[in-house]
Design a protein around this ligand. Structure first.
Ligand code: HEC
Ligand code: HEC
Ligand code: HEC
Ligand code: HEC
Ligand code: HEC
Ligand code: HEC
Ligand code: HEC
Ligand code: HEC
Length: 250
């Protein structure tokens, strides 16, 4: 503060701060809705507004009242976790007035593949088909009851449910290995996979049977790369090498 004068930049800064504070309170007073903050950090009126919206979904319990048979069939099958209105669309108006308003049923082939078409990001074991190859031209319901879908024949291949792993292995260094070389698969796994779990390798010795550099020759597999098992350190082999598509030296 030379000569008792306030420096010009402080005056400018002060003016900007005053304008900012005034603007803040002005905007707050003008733009924030009256009911904001009444119950919490939101607009209390929105509750009433949302309550006024027409209800479009009735919920499973509503359907069960009149379609008990279908509900029973569905709850014991693979689709027990799929709600009625996922397939039939929002049906509250039908539940209120069942004779004049009928919900649509997804009878075309396009509906089911939304969940079942092959997509590698689906969870492990989720049943998947390649829609254009799977019995083309016929509606899905000619062979599968939508309320209790069972494959008419138990699938024979792992690919029915593990398509992405099969596809990966097919083009990998392990293409010559069968799935069952590494997994003990109970027969019932093909029918009720969740109840009949599959065995997996549990330790590094398993991979060592083929890859340990002091291990025995493996029949019919002369070209197996051999390694010092110690390069795993304290890790499992598959912490570094994905078993369905292992990579070694670049
Ligand atoms: C109050 C009883 C009632 C409730 C609740 C009800 N329905 Fe219905 N629903 C009926 C009756 C009755 C029919 C048969 C109408 C006919 O064929 O004349 C029917 C028919 C249907 C049909 C067949 C339509 C067609 O094209 O043949 C579907 C699908 C359906 N209901 C789904 C549902 C779903 C999903 C719910 C739950 C959101 C539901 N219903 C709730 C009574 C009910
Ligand atoms: C995975 C999809 C899906 C789910 C989930 C589903 N439906 Fe359906 N539903 C269909 C299809 C597809 C049809 C047509 C069947 C046909 O024409 O043979 C149908 C037909 C119907 C019909 C007509 C009568 C009949 O038996 O063909 C009724 C009623 C019905 N569904 C009610 C329900 C109710 C109630 C639920 C829940 C408990 C439900 N659906 C769950 C797909 C589904
Ligand atoms: C909203 C997603 C969804 C839709 C739509 C759907 N499904 Fe499913 N489906 C499932 C689920 C979830 C399972 C059970 C998977 C499991 O048990 O791991 C299943 C299981 C199945 C299975 C049993 C396969 C097996 O042996 O494991 C068949 C067959 C099937 N669905 C056919 C159909 C048909 C036909 C339709 C159309 C009418 C349909 N799905 C529509 C979710 C769906
Ligand atoms: C001509 C009869 C037929 C038609 C039509 C049909 N499927 Fe299948 N589906 C089968 C048979 C048989 C199997 C079991 C053997 C196999 O895997 O092919 C099966 C298996 C499945 C599976 C379990 C995975 C698998 O490969 O085993 C799903 C999911 C499935 N079907 C969904 C559908 C959907 C969705 C449609 C319609 C787009 C459809 N199916 C149409 C006969 C049929
Ligand atoms: C009908 C569908 C189906 C078929 C066919 C099938 N699986 Fe599975 N598999 C599943 C499902 C669903 C799971 C997930 C089970 C769970 O997590 O509850 C699974 C899980 C697994 C697991 C993991 C077990 C774990 O504890 O993480 C392995 C490994 C496996 N399957 C191997 C196989 C092999 C190998 C084949 C063929 C020889 C095969 N599966 C055939 C549906 C199937
Ligand atoms: C070289 C031995 C080997 C072969 C061959 C093999 N697996 Fe695996 N698999 C494993 C190991 C090890 C794990 C455990 C991986 C983990 O826990 O991270 C596993 C895990 C799995 C899992 C559960 C976890 C996941 O990665 O999704 C499934 C499902 C599975 N395998 C299916 C198959 C199928 C289907 C085949 C044949 C196409 C197959 N495996 C071939 C060694 C193998
Ligand atoms: C910490 C990560 C890690 C673990 C754990 C690990 N590896 Fe490796 N492995 C590598 C790397 C990195 C390479 C490639 C570079 C090299 O040759 O050293 C490799 C290379 C390999 C190769 C290819 C050698 C070649 O000549 O191409 C084989 C086979 C192999 N490992 C098997 C195993 C087995 C079996 C285990 C379990 C005992 C295991 N690995 C555990 C990181 C690992
Ligand atoms: C039954 C014998 C067998 C078993 C068990 C086995 N492998 Fe292999 N592995 C092979 C063969 C065969 C090759 C491919 C040689 C080739 O590419 O010609 C291979 C290749 C590899 C490679 C080298 C890929 C490259 O870049 O050259 C790695 C890494 C590997 N396996 C890791 C594993 C791991 C991790 C396990 C345990 C989950 C395992 N293997 C179990 C037979 C086996």
């Amino acid at each position: 503060m030379k000569n008792g004068k306030v420096p010009q930049q402080l005056i400018v800064l002060g003016a900007v701060a005053v304008v900012g504070i005034v603007a803040f309170f002005a905007i707050r007073a003008l733009l924030i809705p009256k009911s904001f903050g009444k119950y919490g950090h939101y607009r209390a009126d929105s509750i009433e507004e949302i309550r006024q919206l027409p209800i479009s979904y009735a919920g499973v319990n509503a359907c069960t009242e009149c379609h008990e048979e279908i509900f029973k069939v569905k709850s014991s099958g693979f689709h027990r976790g799929v709600s009625c209105e996922v397939c039939h669309g929002p049906s509250a108006n039908h539940a209120d007035d069942p004779t004049s308003i009928k919900p649509p049923a997804p009878r075309q082939r396009e509906g089911c593949p939304l969940c079942h078409n092959y997509n590698p990001s689906r969870p492990t074991g989720f049943p998947q088909i390649i829609t254009i190859q799977h019995n083309p031209g016929k509606a899905c319901m000619t062979c599968h009851n939508p309320h209790n879908p069972v494959p008419p024949v138990t699938p024979k291949e792992c690919s029915a449910c593990h398509r992405s792993i099969v596809a990966q292995k097919m083009v990998s260094h392990h293409s010559s290995l069968e799935c069952t070389t590494c997994h003990q698969v109970p027969k019932e796994h093909f029918k009720t996979p969740h109840l009949n779990r599959v065995g997996k390798p549990t330790n590094n010795d398993f991979c060592g049977k083929c890859h340990a550099n002091n291990g025995p020759q493996v029949k019919d597999m002369p070209g197996i790369p051999r390694v010092d098992m110690a390069h795993a350190g304290r890790y499992l082999c598959w912490d570094c090498h994905y078993p369905h598509s292992p990579e070694g030296r670049p």
